[in-house]
Design a protein around this ligand. Structure first.
Ligand code: KIV
Ligand code: NA
Length: 272
């Protein structure tokens, strides 16, 4: 079944490299990601819980997104910057369009919109206004009451996701994010639409992958099946901070080598 994927074969059979997307929330992280070869930087609204300490993704404002989009853009070079339309943008299709335009004016190359049933007027308006966008289906964190769980295990939900994917394709999306979708269903969706799919917790048969950088660096408080810690950066930060505190408290840092010195005469003018 899997080798029959229309758009691309299994990863080892494919000539085309997968698209690599990673979240970025600031200038330095954008630089690191781009230097490492990341194709697409996602200023996700996971910004709220990861960086801003909000308890919910619903608290993220447009102004938060604009502020961090500008920061990421400054470090993005030629990488594509995608910015999330926050929950507050989704009150009406017109508000969504206006917020999308603000994100584009502040450095985003594309916006990302979470799609559940009922969002057709939003997609159609973005399409009509020629606003480049990326759809996001499956587990959509902005949906109130949707538990963090695999989406599309039942025939009914899988059918619903496939039809959302097709609508997103027809509305002209540049990419389609598949979050927490069984890998066989994600493979089927990938083979059913021309829009490149980018998975997270959706298995290896998508056209690309996205991860939250705090997760792959072990900075997040939780660990999840859908991710992997590629380097324990969180542990390294903890070590650095702890050693810094001890070094200052025990007079091992700073030393005179960490500062300049004035000529003796200068000091004499002060001491008389
Ligand atoms: O906000 C985010 O980080 C996201 C990704 C998990 C896709 O939407
Ligand atoms: Na998001």
């Amino acid at each position: 079944y899997f080798p029959l994927l229309k758009n691309r074969g299994l990863p080892h059979e494919s000539e085309k490299k997968k698209e690599v997307m990673l979240t970025a929330y600031d200038y330095q992280t954008a630089r690191y990601a781009v230097e490492a070869g990341v194709d697409i930087l996602l200023v996700g609204d996971s910004l709220g819980t990861n960086v801003l300490g909000y308890s919910s993704v619903h608290d993220v404002t447009l102004s938060d997104m604009l502020h961090h989009t500008r920061a990421v853009k400054r470090g993005a070079g030629t990488a594509i910057v995608v910015s999330d339309l926050p929950y507050t943008s989704m009150k009406t299709p017109e508000k969504c369009r206006d917020h999308a335009q603000s994100l584009l004016e502040n450095g985003a190359d594309m916006v990302k919109i979470e799609v559940e049933t009922g969002r057709a007027p939003y997609l159609d308006l973005l399409n009509r206004e020629k606003i480049p966008f990326c759809g996001h289906i499956g587990f959509t964190p902005q949906t109130p009451g949707l538990s963090v769980s695999l989406q599309g295990k039942t025939a009914r939900r899988a059918t619903e996701l496939l039809s959302l994917a097709k609508h997103i394709e027809h509305a002209g999306a540049k990419y389609l994010i598949l979050e927490l979708i069984p890998y066989n269903i994600a493979a089927h969706i990938t083979s059913s639409v021309q829009t490149p799919t980018i998975g997270i917790g959706a298995g290896p048969y998508c056209n690309g992958e996205v991860q939250v950088w705090y997760d792959i660096c072990g900075i997040s408080e939780k660990t999840y099946r859908h991710t992997q810690v590629f380097a324990p950066v969180g542990r390294e930060i903890r070590t650095a901070f702890t050693e810094y505190v001890h070094a200052v408290q025990h007079d091992r840092f700073p030393t005179i080598k960490n500062a300049g010195v004035a000529p003796e005469e200068t000091l004499l003018t002060l001491t008389g």
